[in-house]
Ligand binder design. Structure first.
Ligand code: CAA
Length: 260
């Protein structure tokens, strides 16, 4: 893939240090078909490998971040094929990106759209954002984190309510329950880019380690998570950025990160 060949996403650089990926299937409310997700994975990987980039922003349109996996694409699928091809397995590639990803969500983030937002590291919501797992209305259940990441974010009762009734959560409710970090008053994409620029100004080794350590909290028991955190913390003392950051503090000046 190169930027020119993307059919379902737009890729831009609102700042030299930030890659902005915009889901772009407006007629289908950004329904996540297989081609779109392969392009998203490729664009995110490209940004991850680009030394100039410090953070990624992922967004959709005002009306829809994404209205879910593409129902028309999957409606005739049979179990054997879904199982053999590990259907939706390729979505997890996005979670292997090492740089922070910020989701800027307006409008519908339903089904796979909510799951995609939850695969990101920070979710910022506009006042119109709404989140839900309506798969139950299609005779299925979520297949990319809607019963797992949502439950960790919201707790059992509210996650069960969304998964079993298919009702949506407003932006305010999502913020109140910690699914999103906050509701943004102005343009949510502009705000997400600002946050991304702030992150990109930090040392990259430390930001990558911070992401790795926070993610460990979702996978490991506390004692193992604390062990990973301590080892990563200790390993920071092998970096030039640690020497620079602490020297700069002592000398009352701004640090000049080498990202090494
Ligand atoms: N897949 C395919 N096409 C979709 C879609 C989806 N998930 N969501 C919307 N579209 C299409 C519609 O079919 C419609 O296309 P046509 O113009 O060709 O008919 C177009 O996008 C516009 O949608 P609507 O006319 O329905 O727009 P609306 O404003 O009336 O309603 C909506 C918006 C409430 C979001 C409604 O589109 C909807 O309910 N979408 C489906 C939501 C859903 O069930 N998502 C879960 C999918 S399953 C999943 O994601 C599994 C998983 O865990 C990975």
């Amino acid at each position: 893939y190169s930027t020119q060949t993307y059919q379902n996403i737009l890729v831009s650089r609102p700042d030299p240090s930030v890659t902005l990926i915009t889901l772009n299937r407006p007629k289908a409310l950004n329904a996540l078909n297989s081609a779109l997700f392969h392009e998203l994975n490729a664009a995110a990987k490209e940004a991850d490998e680009d030394d100039a980039v410090g953070a990624i922003v992922l967004t959709g349109s005002d009306k829809a971040f994404a209205a879910g996996a593409d129902i028309k694409e999957m409606k005739d699928k049979e179990f054997a094929r879904a199982y053999k091809e590990n259907f939706l397995g390729h979505w997890t590639e996005l979670t292997r990106v090492k740089k922070p990803i910020i989701a800027a969500v307006s409008g519908y983030a339903l089904g796979g759209g909510a799951e995609l937002a939850m695969m990101c590291d920070i979710i910022l919501a506009s006042g119109t954002a709404n989140f839900g797992q309506p798969e139950i209305n299609l005779g299925v259940i979520p297949g990319a984190g809607g019963t797992q990441r949502l439950t960790r974010a919201l707790g059992k009762s509210l996650s069960m309510e969304l998964n079993l009734t298919g009702r949506n959560l407003s932006a305010q409710e999502a913020a109140q329950h910690g699914l999103v970090s906050r509701v943004v008053e102005g343009n949510v994409v502009d705000e997400a880019v600002k946050v991304a620029v702030t992150i990109a100004k930090k040392g990259r080794v430390a930001s990558q380690a911070a992401k790795e350590a926070v993610n460990a909290a979702f996978e490991l028991p506390l004692n193992e998570g604390l062990r990973i955190e301590r080892r990563l913390f200790q390993s920071m003392f092998a970096t030039k950025d640690q020497k620079e950051g602490m020297a700069a503090f002592a000398e009352k000046r701004k640090p000049n990160w080498s990202h090494e």
